[in-house]
Write a protein that binds this ligand. Structure first.
Ligand SMILES: Cc1cc2nc3c(=O)[nH]c(=O)nc-3n(C[C@H](O)[C@H](O)[C@H](O)COP(=O)(O)OP(=O)(O)OC[C@H]3O[C@@H](n4cnc5c(N)ncnc54)[C@H](O)[C@@H]3O)c2cc1C
Length: 404
């Protein structure tokens, strides 16, 4: 079958898949949405007690690890179908966690599958796949511009059969309660920048690993998978066998991880947009401004609804077309498309959330809906995994070099 450049070619959707998505939507609404108030009220213990049953349910129904191959306990979905599943999961604050495909574990699992030795997979990957443990990815540092990861200060120095790691990391998502970290550290400062660093598995109980704090994000410090840690690594000694891949391959592995990571974020954001839109529509229909007149009768609210619908639908097509292209052609030819969706969908997400909050008035500022949580936490969508400006510049550079 021919494809025409710029015209999306979507892969076939298997028989019964639409019904599976409908079932997933029901499950999310029935078993995850009711748990959201626990997260929003900071009732950590109650949520931790309730999550295992919700996870078991997702597992029984065949939604566990949707993006991973069947031989690793996943559902074997390609990126396009995973996009559709992820959108449904993104409708709840707890969707991805319930199916064990939350960031950064999903990326760490993929890296361990791709680059982990048999021993590393048995020790580090197996507990992640089973949902018995979580992990974190520690690359960004407070003292250096994270937009240019070649500027790392963290060092891993060879000492016999060990690496001794010293460094300061921050915004390490989910470090609180993680079993291990994947740490990006310079292993050869003399090597060309792209060959200078390696990724090293560091169990958190290793002496010298200190979680200094969960960094408050827009006033909220978070916990466990909903936290971003600041970490000090002082004389942290781990065997050389904990390195992922070859020495100096850290950036190559990071690139492999960040491509899928970015589109996974976009897919999740589409789910957030979908839920925010549902909430906005419902509130607009029901909130009376005067007898016989509701918010939805106001032209400005109608414009917000129409603009949001148009922006969400367009973003959805762009993300799914990019997923289909990655499946068809691989990561590299789709680099521009990934850069484009990363900044574009982050912008759509922010505009839709902003309108949804506005339609809800004071309720939108409260934690009685998930909107304020998303509004606080997803401001970061325009920063993590490459700020908007970096993706725009990368896309523009390539367009200028090759406008075809
Ligand atoms: C909620 C959250 C979760 C995160 N999770 C993780 C994690 O799990 N692991 C991890 O390692 N890191 C994580 N990060 C860090 C994230 O990847 C970095 O914040 C990001 O790479 C930007 O780096 P920086 O914060 O140092 O900003 P800087 O590099 O200092 O950039 C600051 C600003 O400068 C501008 N800018 C930068 N480069 C350019 C350019 N080339 N052209 C024009 N303008 C530019 C952008 O506006 C940018 O926002 C997380 C961050 C957040 C906010």
């Amino acid at each position: 079958m021919d494809t025409i450049p710029g015209i999306p070619a979507f892969p076939p959707v298997p028989d019964g898949f639409a019904g599976r998505l409908e079932r997933l939507r029901e499950l999310v609404d029935a078993s995850l949405v009711p748990l959201e108030p626990l997260l929003l009220a900071g009732e950590r213990e109650a949520l931790e007690a309730a999550l295992p049953a919700a996870r078991a349910r997702m597992r029984e129904e065949g939604f566990w690890l949707p993006q991973l191959p069947v031989e690793h306990g996943g559902q074997g979905l390609g990126l396009f179908l995973h996009g559709l599943v992820s959108e449904q999961l993104g409708r709840s604050l707890l969707g991805h966690l319930a199916c064990n495909c939350q960031a950064p574990d999903a990326g760490n699992m993929e890296v361990l599958i791709e680059h982990g030795s048999g021993e590393q997979q048995a020790r580090f990957l197996a507990p992640l796949l089973a949902g018995r443990a979580r992990s974190a990815f520690a690359m960004t540092e407070p003292g250096q511009a994270g937009s240019n990861p070649l500027l790392l200060e963290t060092r891993a120095v060879r000492d016999g059969g060990d690496y001794v790691i010293d460094g300061h990391k921050w915004f390490t998502t989910g470090a609180d309660g993680a079993a291990f970290l994947i740490v990006m550290a310079v292993t050869d400062p003399q090597a060309p920048p792209h060959r200078a660093a390696s990724q090293i598995l560091v169990p958190v109980e290793t002496p010298g690993v200190r979680l200094l704090r969960n960094i408050p994000v827009m006033g909220e410090a978070g916990w466990g998978p909903f936290s971003h840690g600041e970490l000090l690594l002082e004389g942290v000694r781990v065997p050389v066998g904990n390195r992922l891949g070859g020495e100096g391959e850290g950036f190559r592995i990071a690139q492999q991880r960040l491509g899928p990571g970015r589109i996974h974020h976009c897919m999740r954001w589409l789910g957030i947009c979908a839920r925010a839109f549902e909430l906005m529509l419902d509130r607009a229909r029901r909130r009376a401004l005067a007898p016989g007149r509701v918010l939805a009768d106001e032209g400005v609210v109608q414009a917000w609804l129409a603009d949001s619908r148009a922006e969400i639908d367009a973003a959805r097509l762009l993300v799914l077309a990019t997923a289909a292209r990655i499946e068809r052609e691989g990561q590299k030819p789709a680099r521009d498309a990934v850069s484009m969706i990363k900044f574009h969908v982050a912008g759509v997400l922010q505009r839709v959330l902003d309108r949804a909050v506005q339609v809800h008035g004071a309720l939108g500022m409260s934690d009685d809906t998930p909107l304020a949580f998303w509004f606080r936490h997803e401001r970061a969508a325009r920063i993590y995994d490459g700020p908007d400006e970096v993706h725009r510049a990368a896309l523009a550079r390539r367009l200028l070099a090759d406008p075809s």
